[in-house]
Design a protein around this ligand. Structure first.
Ligand SMILES: NC(=O)c1ccc[n+]([C@@H]2O[C@H](COP(=O)([O-])OP(=O)(O)OC[C@H]3O[C@@H](n4cnc5c(N)ncnc54)[C@H](OP(=O)(O)O)[C@@H]3O)[C@@H](O)[C@H]2O)c1
Length: 265
């Protein structure tokens, strides 16, 4: 089975981490790629590597936190590539500050990047997919989309919001051949904590020990693509930390006991 061969895949957050590895995984499977993020120089390097893997690859640089840029880019991409088969809403930003110390502006920025941009892009792409007979919307949530956690109030809120929105979108389009796959990674070794925002919107800039010991982004990307290929509605990807999702669901008292004792960074 090679679902992605010959398909056009648009990946946001493709300049590093999980998105970068998703690009290579799709390139190896023979997909055509559109890679997006803000860092053009990183995207150019990744585009070259994807081309070496045999993939047609294009770059669209834009900022997910600026709605006008999201709309402008989507309009341009759809005029140049009228058949997007797979949209991977992966771009995202994390948080390292308590709820009361996080300014409303920082909360809004995190919501804009992690939630509203995915909504906007999907609103552009899904009608075109329906016209073309169907497609896949994949969304990078997190285990923080399944429970709240200290220092992640806005981040967890943005990831929870993705579940409500995209589960509804899936149900509304059950007769339109639109697959929606929500991916919830646990700890993956990427730059996510380095790029996270502190309460006043400055960059946190530290590598968390949890992040450092997480699953490799390459392994995460392989499991991510497997979930898309198997038409999974939702998948958890990670190590022991995934247990917290099951505890929250089945043994919530134990979940709160453990979560309140974990030393969070
Ligand atoms: N690593 C983990 O443990 C983990 C766990 C659960 C979920 N996730 C999720 O996985 C996704 C990818 O994160 P990652 O771990 O791979 O971290 P990462 O290496 O920091 O990647 C984040 C990606 O998002 C892009 N991005 C951030 N802000 C943006 C903006 N304003 N406009 C456009 N692009 C933006 C970044 O590109 P530019 O900086 O070039 O714009 C980068 O390509 C995120 O949605 C994250 O929440 C990660």
């Amino acid at each position: 089975m090679n679902y992605l061969k010959g398909k056009t895949v648009w990946i946001t957050g493709a300049s590093s981490g999980i998105g970068e590895q998703l690009a290579y995984a799709c390139a190896k499977r023979g997909a055509r790629l559109i890679l997006s993020a803000r860092r053009e120089s990183s995207l150019d390097i990744i585009r070259k590597k994807c081309r070496l893997l045999g993939a047609d690859c294009f770059v669209a640089v834009f900022d997910l936190s600026i709605p006008e840029q999201v709309d402008r880019t989507a309009r341009k991409i759809l005029s140049e590539h009228p058949a997007i088969d797979v949209l991977i809403n992966n771009g995202g930003i994390s948080q390292r500050s308590t709820a009361v110390e996080t300014s409303a502006e920082t909360v809004r920025k995190i919501m804009e990047v992690n939630f509203f941009a995915a909504v906007r892009l999907s609103q552009w792409v899904v009608p075109v997919m329906i016209k073309n007979g169907g497609g896949v919307i994949a969304v990078t949530s997190s285990i923080a989309g399944k429970f709240g956690f200290p220092l992640r109030s806005a981040y967890a809120a943005s990831k929870h919001a993705l579940h409500g929105y995209f589960e509804s979108l899936r149900l509304e389009n059950r007769n339109n051949n639109i697959q929606v796959t929500l991916v919830c990674p646990g700890r993956v070794k990427t730059e996510i904590s380095l790029n996270a925002l502190s309460g006043q919107g400055t960059v946190y800039g530290k590598m968390d020990s949890g992040q450092k010991s997480g699953m490799s982004a390459e392994r995460c990307a392989e499991k991510y693509i497997a979930a898309i290929e198997k038409n999974k509605r939702e998948v958890l990807i990670g190590g022991r930390e995934l247990m917290m999702v099951h505890l929250k669901r089945f043994l919530p008292a134990l979940f709160y006991k453990i979560a309140s004792r974990i030393k969070t960074t």
